[in-house]
Design a protein around this ligand. Structure first.
Ligand code: DGJ
Length: 690
């Protein structure tokens, strides 16, 4: 007996089928099936053969593959009873609840007192599935592994794209081939981490940004996570995501974070647009237009002097900044990074009259004021540690990270204390922004730590809904859809090197829209790479995302200040639509060029950025092929930064002297002939449908 369910939209279909009331498997996931498709028949048609050396049936890759079915790969639930006996449930159907866009399925095994609920939904605006597993037990049990609903990826999607990275080089794409066996990523750092962005894309051979099939997954969780991408010995493939192993205590209820998934037949851009739109629609800003951001970290570090900060704020405002963020160094006796985390009291040596004189000055310039915190951390050299060494997470013999320890966020006393300290500062000062940092990995994997942090942020957001929060973790160490349910911006990377930033923000655009991705114009000589890059390149690179500045404005010469101001004015004039645009990664025919097209959702206008990172192998610039345009529509395209044409460009490509016009088909198939240019520069092309 087969029970089957279909959850789909115009782009994709997911068909689940349960045989004899057992846990269902995703028997189809891919391009949208026509309305008349018989989904029960599909469940039968997909049945695989059996031959020598095999079990008499193929155990299904169900939404939670079961040991009781002799499943030959990684199972979806690994747990033990209180006395240590392994759990081996045989789940059977109990109930289903279906609407056009949601499906809730409940299965149980009364013999061991377990209930498994699978929650599935499909957002019709983004074409993104949200999948979650909940396990409830009659008796307390230990769960070592619980997978979010497990999906199969088809034989055609044989390439694996996953993400690694490091401090100052987040979102590195790693591509490999599906091979027999399990590819397991067990992120035991307790945070999302630079090295483990929780996502996975299975692609068909030859898939590019603009064409080909993609099965995309993102696990929306800020603690440690585990990913399993496995090709079984029989050739079938499954993808699992869940909290990191040993992420749960002895309990009676366990739930995974949401797993977001999407199928696209339009290359990586198809799934990227789904993920970007999800965040654009779900992240709520207290003011819709994104203010130009200034952060003082790389200008002064810990050396806070009121007069200098006022001067810096005045100069930042002259350049166009609309928000001033006071970074690390304002509290306790924090003159370097060895001390004071936990002592969230204003340092009276640096601010004898509190923060009001600086805030008043900043507000007087018309800017909002933001403040840096690192709430989950503690230094041994702090009053908080002297009072509460027992609030530390893990053993005191653990290796320190940036000379600091971590507070136990599962302890409600810790959370209450942090809430009291932060809310007192927010109530007594005009603060509308928090930069929430997290500069080390955790000493142990503990889901409760993440839950505790979420709870504290939620409480602060409820008490101070006008205060936006930026998620920073030594740059991009805590970026995921879980933290973005409660924060409004991410600090993508501590690298302000525009060359590096081009790569990082381009790859992060597989998930992140411009509106939440902070990108700052750094110092002339980059503090993390030592590179010297032109102001134009630095400014246009930051203008591709949520624009900010982070250099000392006192270092700018007149030309640099004028360039930065002009780019900032351009960004402000365009931000209303630009921050709502889809970022399409272009398939650049020159590996030295990173190019992307930011397209208004309705397609009427766009801006394309083409950055030349190094000299090209060939002498002529390869035509820049656009994407996402209407083939038959005509477009006018112009250079926004024509003044940057080099005197070594001696020819006459049409765009050099003025706007050009052609159909979308021409721009997408042939591409645009661009003027020759130096490496470390970029072209900005504005396009309009005529
Ligand atoms: C790490 C962050 O990524 C930086 O931007 C800065 O806020 C420092 N921490 C401050 O300690």
């Amino acid at each position: 007996m087969i029970k089957a369910w279909h959850l789909g939209d115009a782009r994709q279909s997911l068909v689940l089928a349960s045989q004899d009331d057992r846990l269902p498997a995703a028997v189809y996931w891919g391009a949208a099936l026509p309305a008349g498709e018989d989904i029960e028949a599909i469940a039968r048609l997909g049945e695989f053969d059996v031959t020598g050396g095999m079990l008499d049936r193929n155990p299904e890759i169900s939404l939670c593959p079961e040991a009781s079915r002799n499943f030959p790969g990684q199972i979806g639930l690994v747990g033990r009873t209180a006395s240590g006996a392994p759990l081996c449930p045989e789940f059977r159907f109990q109930e289903a609840d279906k609407t056009d866009s949601t499906l809730n399925l409940v299965f149980g095994d009364d013999s061991c007192g377990l209930k498994l609920t699978i929650l599935l939904s499909l957002d019709d605006q983004t074409s993104l599935y949200k999948l979650k597993t909940v396990l409830e037990s009659r008796d307390p049990i230990t769960v070592d592994w619980l997978a979010a609903p497990v999906l199969q990826t088809p034989a055609s999607a044989s390439r694996l794209l996953e993400f690694s990275g490091r401090w100052c080089s987040e979102f590195q794409i790693r591509e490999s081939e599906f091979l027999p066996g399990a590819r397991v990523r067990d992120n035991r750092t307790g945070r999302t981490d630079h090295a483990h962005f929780p996502a996975f894309l299975a692609t068909a051979k030859g898939t590019s940004n603009t064409a080909g099939e993609v099965y995309a997954f993102h696990y929306g969780w800020s603690g440690g996570h585990k990913m399993v991408a496995e090709e079984l010995a029989d050739g079938r493939r499954q993808v699992q995501f869940g909290h990191a192993t040993a992420g749960y205590a002895i309990e009676t209820r366990f739930e995974t974070a949401p797993l977001y998934a999407s199928y696209s037949a339009e290359g990586l851009n198809g799934s990227a647009v789904s993920f970007q739109r999800h965040l654009r629609k779900s992240v709520t800003f207290s003011r819709p237009e994104r203010p130009v951001h200034y952060n003082c970290w790389e200008a002064v570090y810990f050396d806070h002097k009121l007069d200098e900060l006022k001067d810096i704020a005045t100069r930042a405002a002259d350049l166009g900044a609309e928000r001033f963020v006071l970074d690390d160094g304002w509290f306790g006796r924090r003159d370097d990074d060895t001390t004071s985390l936990g002592d969230w009291w204003i340092d009276e040596r640096k601010y004898p009259d509190g923060l009001a004189p600086l805030i008043d000055h900043v507000k007087g310039l018309g800017l909002e004021f933001g403040l840096w915190f690192e709430p989950e951390m503690i230094n041994e050299d702090s009053d908080l540690y002297r009072q509460h060494p027992d609030w530390v997470l893990g053993s005191l013999t653990q290796i320190r990270g940036r000379q600091q320890l971590v507070l136990d966020m599962a302890n409600s006393l810790v959370r209450d204390h942090l809430f009291e300290r932060i809310s007192e500062l927010l109530s007594t000062n005009v603060i509308s922004y928090i930069k929430w940092d997290h500069n080390r990995v955790l000493p142990q994997v503990a889901a409760e730590q993440t839950v505790g942090t979420y709870e504290l942020i939620d409480r602060l957001r409820e008490g101070f809904p006008h205060v936006e929060i930026e998620s920073c973790s030594a740059g991009g160490g805590r970026i995921d859809f879980g933290i973005l349910e409660r924060t409004q911006r991410v600090w993508l990377s501590d690298s302000n090197d525009a060359l590096e930033r081009q790569r990082i923000q381009h790859d992060a655009a597989l998930f992140l829209p411009a509106s939440i991705t902070g990108s700052h114009v750094g110092p002339r000589k980059c503090h993390t790479s030592g590179r010297v890059l032109s102001m134009s390149f630095r400014a246009w690179t930051a203008a591709q995302r949520h624009l900010g500045f982070e250099m000392d404005p006192r270092e700018l010469d007149t030309d640099e200040a004028a360039t930065l101001k002009a780019v900032t004015d351009w960004w402000k004039a365009n931000r209303e639509w630009l921050m709502q645009a889809d970022i399409l990664r272009l398939d650049s025919d020159d590996p030295s060029v990173i190019a992307e097209l930011h397209r208004e959702e309705t397609g009427g206008r766009f801006v394309a950025f083409a950055a030349l990172l190094q000299t090209s192998a060939q002498i002529l610039p390869r035509p820049l092929r656009l994407s996402g345009l209407e083939p038959a529509a005509r477009y006018r395209v112009d250079l926004a930064n024509r003044s940057e044409i080099s005197n070594l460009s001696r020819g006459s490509p049409a765009l050099k002297s003025g706007p050009i016009e052609a159909t979308g088909q021409y721009f997408m198939s042939h591409g645009i002939s661009l003027p020759w240019k130096f490496p470390g520069t970029l072209w900005v092309l504005e396009g309009q449908r005529i």
